[in-house]
Write a protein that binds this ligand. Structure first.
Ligand SMILES: NC(=O)C1=CN([C@@H]2O[C@H](COP(=O)(O)OP(=O)(O)OC[C@H]3O[C@@H](n4cnc5c(N)ncnc54)[C@H](O)[C@@H]3O)[C@@H](O)[C@H]2O)C=CC1
Ligand SMILES: O=C(O)[C@H]1O[C@H](OP(=O)(O)OP(=O)(O)OC[C@H]2O[C@@H](n3ccc(=O)[nH]c3=O)[C@H](O)[C@@H]2O)[C@H](O)[C@@H](O)[C@@H]1O
Length: 450
């Protein structure tokens, strides 16, 4: 078994630390955020992620997992995973200051042979740059190697993605580093998970290419949704039919409000920025269009709501169901739901938000919005309801119960979460992106829809 440190205990780092402890390793998690470390040491995840609390407390109890703010303590490990954020800078490139700070803080303590393993999503060339930094800063010099092992987990199913990934990518400078990583992941590799061994730049590119592909797939179907609106077709049926084609697959063909979160939007921008730096900007120029299609989804939903509110938001109450960037998480980074909420609020609408998990994060970031404790309270007195996050509990909402609370029965189902027939039967003006036939039926008498 290996001794491991995980530097940066955010959404990625905590899950990775607990996952590695679950595999049987001795793991220490490090963060500069004292409150986060205190919560983790007490067995609690600082954010909502299904199954993570149990994984943390089980491994703390087993004596395999601990947390600290001390780099000196962490430096005793043989393998160090870099898991800090690489957020977007102005202009789109990735902000490398957190990663560089970790390397600069850790390096002076590296007095013996060890492997530094990057997991953060980075511009190609980062591993080589960090290798050079460590040659200068680490007392152990060439005994310190750098590998890149990008992470592909999705929030909401991070625990299962960590323990049962689709594949492992091991970006390594030599066989020694590969051997260390194969030992770390032995239980996963023995279970038959495919391993792709690559050089360092290839491993870095695999990650940004993967996120760019999924982002492109989502924008593809959202572009088709726009086309469907102009042509009278139904995008949800298009998705279904495309999905049966084994070459295409049904995943990531859900149209509606587009992608948000702490990763896809910033990663496609950082990938483009790096392409321009390398003189091949044109090669990834299509990602600018992927981004533009995605942002238009949010604007279109604002337009539907404005239409339902009679052309302006002033004096209108809009119930926003969902604040997280997707269902299953409390993460609100670049949340399409809150983006829409903020546009409506800036145009003088009263926005009442409800989310099953993301309320405190949303309230902290956007205190000017109104927050309600339940769907019913958010919908009470609303002129329009917007379903903006795909939480399972929204799927089963009762159109009659909500109809009794709302001032007007207007609903925009931006995630295609609801059964339109039920809502139309209950007398709601129902709009869903890319489904113009349902929108046209708005003006028909309710009976004719049964
Ligand atoms: N969130 C996700 O699902 C995934 C994220 N990634 C990538 O992983 C990286 C981290 O992402 P998240 O975990 O979402 O970010 P995050 O913002 O949730 O976590 C970053 C953590 O690093 C800590 N930190 C900052 N400076 C530090 C320092 N000097 N020493 C120790 N800790 C420090 C912060 O306090 C924070 O807890 C990013 O590059 C992201 O693109 C990759 C795959 C999945
Ligand atoms: O690099 C990362 O951090 C991670 O980014 C994404 O994972 P995540 O951000 O957790 O969420 P996704 O499930 O990919 O969803 C991203 C966004 O796309 C939206 N989406 C997803 C799928 C879809 O069909 N349609 C759609 O609009 C979601 O609502 C959400 O806003 C990738 O899927 C992960 O593989 C990757 O590891």
């Amino acid at each position: 078994m290996s001794t491991i440190s995980v530097l940066g205990c955010g959404y990625l780092g905590v899950t990775h630390a607990a996952g590695m402890a679950e595999l049987g390793h001795q793991v220490i998690g490090v963060d500069v955020d004292i409150a986060k470390i205190a919560a983790l040491a007490g067995g609690r995840s600082p954010f909502f992620e299904p199954g993570l609390d149990e994984l943390i407390s089980r491994n703390i109890a087993a004596g395999r997992l601990s947390f600290t703010t001390s780099y000196e303590e962490a430096a005793a490990a043989d393998v160090h995973f870099l898991c800090v954020g690489t957020p977007q800078r102005d202009g789109g490139a990735a902000d490398m200051s957190y990663l560089d700070a970790v390397v600069e803080t850790l390096a002076p303590f590296l007095v013996k042979e060890c492997l530094i393993v990057g997991k953060s999503t980075v511009p190609v060339g980062t591993a080589a740059r960090i290798t050079s930094m460590l040659r200068v800063l680490a007392p152990a010099g060439e005994a310190v190697s750098v590998a890149w092992n990008p992470e592909f987990l999705c929030e909401g199913k991070a625990v299962s993605d960590t323990l049962h990934p689709d594949r492992l990518v091991l970006g390594v400078p030599d066989e020694r580093a590969e051997k260390v990583l194969r030992e770390v992941y032995a239980p996963i590799i023995d279970a038959g998970v495919p391993v792709v061994v690559a050089d360092l730049p290839t491993a870095e590119v695999i990650k940004t290419a993967a996120n760019s592909f999924t982002a492109t797939k989502i924008s593809f179907i959202n572009a088709i949704a726009e086309f469907c609106e102009a042509s009278g077709a139904d995008v949800t049926v298009v998705s279904e039919a495309l999905g049966y084609d084994a070459r295409i697959g049904r995943q990531f063909l859900n149209s509606g409000l587009g992608f948000g979160g702490g990763c896809l939007p910033k990663d496609i921008r950082a990938f483009q920025a790096r392409a321009y730096e390398l003189g091949v900007g044109q090669a990834l120029a299509f990602l600018a269009e992927v981004d533009a299609v995605n942002l238009r989804c949010r604007e279109r939903v604002v337009e539907y709501l404005r239409k339902q509110c009679g052309g302006a938001f002033t004096g209108r109450r809009i119930a926003v169901l969902g604040a997280a960037f997707k269902g299953g998480t409390d993460d609100i980074r670049d949340s399409p739901a809150l983006h829409v909420a903020n546009i409506v609020s800036a145009q003088e609408g009263e926005v009442a938000v409800y989310d099953p998990q993301a309320m405190s994060n949303a309230r902290r970031a956007f205190p000017h919005l109104v927050y309600e404790n339940s769907v019913l309270e958010a919908v009470r007195g609303a002129d329009a309801v917007a379903v903006l996050t795909d939480w399972p509990e929204f799927v089963t909402l009762n159109p009659y119960t909500l109809g009794d609370e709302a001032r007007s029965r207007n609903i925009v189902d931006a995630r295609h979460a609801l059964d339109p027939t039920q809502w139309l039967r209950a007398g709601w003006n129902y709009i869903a992106p890319g489904r113009p036939a349902l929108q046209a039926s708005l003006n028909e008498p309710v009976d004719s829809l049964v």
